[in-house]
Write a protein that binds this ligand. Structure first.
Ligand SMILES: CC(C)(COP(=O)(O)OP(=O)(O)OC[C@H]1O[C@@H](n2cnc3c(N)ncnc32)[C@H](O)[C@@H]1OP(=O)(O)O)[C@@H](O)C(=O)NCCC(=O)NCCSC(=O)C[C@H](O)C(=O)O
Ligand code: MG
Length: 365
């Protein structure tokens, strides 16, 4: 339950004339949130050709944009958004941090100029519900003045220890809340972790197999080690907080552009835990995210078989059946329906996937 507003006020517009807040966040596919710097001419030139090839294009105004280029990035985003038909691709922006000298101009420029095209505003370094409340009210005022007819949604980046501690209240702070991303680089710094990477694992964060003794009692030095996932705890907390509030969790950036295999692994861990997408920092990461965050044909075939088995002969999905030697019941049906629904959502935006999923034949038994 949101802490600062009573239930009866939660869905009231925060400014006279602002659009009605949404009761439910639309589940629009957002497997890859592709970052570009609108002040970088080469990147900006690539935006029109990326439309339709990626679920989300995000004009980044915050970190990775030089301080001297902040105004150019903001103006560049207005120019690009005004001159581009985004078709099925969503347009998001990441504004500067709430304590920065740029954020007020970011919002007061973007909303009147391109508010009708902006789907989501990503807010970095969110610490608590008060940060979301500030953005919520300001957006409502700006939307009212601009005469917008739908609310711009808000996405928070979890990249401070306090933000992680307050994750549930952040997710429930406003009906605008669309989702959360992990910001592993800032979070590592804030936590004083001893890493130097932007996301991903670390070879030193591992568990080691117990020593094995040979029959003559000698200890073997040959002990396997297994690298562990530094981000498991935080992502699991994000997933639960998001699920509780009906919004979407995302893995954030994977900075080692040259290591697509590890990028895919990190994205897949997040997908399996419940995340719906990740950031793409370079065009080569878009297909990785699209591949990982789309269920495989095998998973959809299996999911449809479970659904069919539990609904066979007028079955209502309750009870238990055996399929391939395994017990399937109400709970496994629910898991399978998550995948089947995701496949339907993706089919609506991705013709290639639509064809693949449509071609799946579900055999009996
Ligand atoms: C990472 C990069 C700096 C690499 O850039 P570059 O060296 O230019 O790469 P390439 O030579 O391989 O590029 C080939 C061409 O592709 C264009 N390009 C590169 N990246 C993009 C992009 N993101 N969108 C569109 N086009 C792109 C290049 O311009 C080349 O074009 P051409 O010469 O005409 O062929 C760069 O990719 C980059 O800056 N990416 C974005 C980085 C970013 O947004 N970082 C912020 C998000 S991560 C973060 O903030 C951390 C987080 O908050 C946390 O706390 O964890
Ligand atoms: Mg960051």
């Amino acid at each position: 339950m949101p802490s600062s507003r009573s239930p009866k006020d939660f869905f009231r517009p925060l400014a006279v004339g602002a659009p009605q807040p949404l009761r439910e966040i639309p589940a629009r596919p957002s497997r890859a949130i592709h970052f570009f710097d609108p002040s970088n001419e080469k990147m900006a030139a690539k935006v029109p050709q990326l439309v339709g090839t990626v679920d989300v294009l995000l004009g980044n105004l915050e970190d990775a944009v030089k301080a001297d280029n902040k105004v150019a990035a903001r103006e560049g985003l207005v120019r690009i958004a005004s001159g581009t038909d985004f078709g099925p691709t969503q347009l998001w922006t990441r504004i500067n941090a709430l304590d920065s000298p740029w954020v007020l101009d970011d919002l007061t420029t973007l909303v009147p100029a391109i508010g009708d095209k902006l789907d989501v505003v990503m807010v970095p370094k969110v610490q608590g519900a008060e940060d979301i409340a500030y953005v919520d009210r300001l957006l409502a005022q700006l939307e009212a003045r601009a005469g917008l007819d739908r609310p711009i949604l808000v996405h928070a980046i979890l990249e401070t220890a306090r933000g992680v501690a307050n994750v549930e209240e952040i997710c429930g702070a406003s009906p605008r809340m669309q989702g959360l991303s992990l910001g592993p680089a800032d979070l590592a710094a804030d936590r004083r972790m001893k890493t130097t990477r932007v996301g991903g694992g670390h070879p030193g964060y591992l568990v080691r197999e117990d020593p094995r003794r040979t029959s003559d009692g000698v200890e073997s030095n040959d002990r396997a080690t297994y690298q562990q996932d530094l981000w498991h705890y935080t992502i699991a907390r994000m997933v639960d907080a998001c699920a509780m509030h009906g919004i979407s969790p995302y893995y954030g950036p994977f900075g080692d552009i040259g290591d697509p295999v590890a990028c895919e692994d990190q994205f897949r861990n997040a997908f399996l835990l419940g995340c719906v997408g990740a950031w793409s920092l370079h065009p080569t990461q878009i297909p990785i995210a699209h591949r990982v965050f789309s269920p495989s044909v095998e998973d959809i075939r299996h999911a449809r078989r479970v659904v069919a088995a539990l609904q066979r002969d007028g079955g209502d999905g309750t009870g238990a059946v055996m399929l391939d030697g395994k017990m399937e019941d109400d709970a496994s049906l629910k898991q399978c329906l998550v995948l089947v629904e995701l496949a339907e959502q993706l089919s609506a935006v991705d013709p290639e996937l639509k064809e693949k999923y449509a071609a799946i034949e579900v055999s009996d038994g």
